[in-house]
Design a protein around this ligand. Structure first.
Ligand code: RIB
Length: 301
């Protein structure tokens, strides 16, 4: 039986500019026309999980502006339950300023706006967090709120530690997490030392030092490494020419959540997730690019 997925996190309006290269400090770069699309790691993960067949609810906060209406509508259109999506009337919605380079690589600045208004008390009043089979978390809302959600959960807690705090994760959060899914950069930040992305042993020992039961480290085009029960397993990613990698990591994490909610083992779920992430990078924009299961096969054909 498939269990319910609840996502507690951010929703941002993404303002995306394709650029010939990302600006260096002090540099001005002329890009193409900008595009506005719904995004935010939390909302992306809710939409991705729903499009991949999950039964999903989103807990977050948007502003009382037109961006908030766009963000809410995108979740509803994908079948996400928004009963616990709050509106902070006098606050602007979260936005993300994104440049996308010719290789599909991105650089992102987030202005949290209403995401910062989601409090521990807000999540404490949401019973679906406690009863969720899988709880998906990221770090674009206040840390105290994320910790409160993780500690309230009785199901599996999956944390995407992005953006990773430079001083590591609070022990209370680590203690409440069952599955941590950092990328290679976040893993290095969390363990406070460089990690060799080409060394499965180095990735495995760094991940093990975090003290979380299960860790999946994403490596972009190089796939992922699964660390569980003292076994380290490499998972390959399909070869693609990426258009825009924005949202690919969110899609990967959601494919893991949907697989685990359906009772799939972690390595098999990660193999599917690598395909879902790659397929997502073949289309432009965060939520517009998130595929259904059928679209994953079509895109990678
Ligand atoms: O993971 C991609 C997301 O990061 C974007 O949609 C942006 O809003 C930021 O939250």
């Amino acid at each position: 039986m498939t269990s319910r997925i609840v996502v507690v996190g951010s929703a941002n309006l993404d303002i995306v500019v394709p650029v010939p290269h990302h600006p260096a400090r002090g540099e001005t770069v002329l890009g193409e026309d900008h595009v506005q699309v719904p995004g935010g790691k939390g909302a992306n993960q809710a939409v991705a999980s729903a499009r991949l067949g999950g039964e999903v609810a989103f807990v977050g906060c948007v502003g009382g502006d037109s961006a908030g209406e766009v963000l809410r509508a995108s979740l509803i259109d994908s079948g996400v339950d928004v009963t616990s999506l709050l509106t902070a009337t006098d606050t602007p919605s979260g936005i993300a300023l994104i440049t996308v380079g010719p290789d599909g690589d991105n650089a992102i600045v987030v202005s949290p706006g209403a995401n910062a208004a989601l409090t521990s008390a807000d999540v404490a009043s949401v019973d679906s967090i406690r009863t969720a089979g899988v709880l998906q978390l990221q770090l674009e809302i206040p840390m105290d709120t994320t910790i409160a959600a993780a500690e309230a959960a009785t199901g599996l807690v999956l944390l995407d530690p992005a953006p990773a705090p430079a001083d590591g994760l609070p022990q209370r959060l680590l203690d409440a997490v069952d599955l941590l899914v950092p990328n290679e950069t976040e893993l290095a930040l969390l363990v406070g030392r460089p990690v060799d992305p080409d060394s499965i042993d180095d990735i495995g020992s760094a991940a093990a030092s975090l003290g979380v039961e299960r860790v999946v480290v994403t490596l972009g085009s190089k796939g992922a490494v699964v660390i569980a029960n003292n076994v380290v397993t490499r998972v390959d990613s399909p070869n693609i020419d990426a258009i825009d990698t924005t949202g690919a990591g969110d899609a990967f994490r959601s494919a893991l959540a949907v697989g685990l909610a359906a009772g799939t083992d972690l390595v098999s779920a990660a193999q599917v997730a690598a395909r879902v992430g790659a397929a997502t990078a073949l289309r432009f924009g965060a939520q517009p690019s998130l595929p259904t299961t059928a679209e994953v096969d079509e895109l990678l054909r």
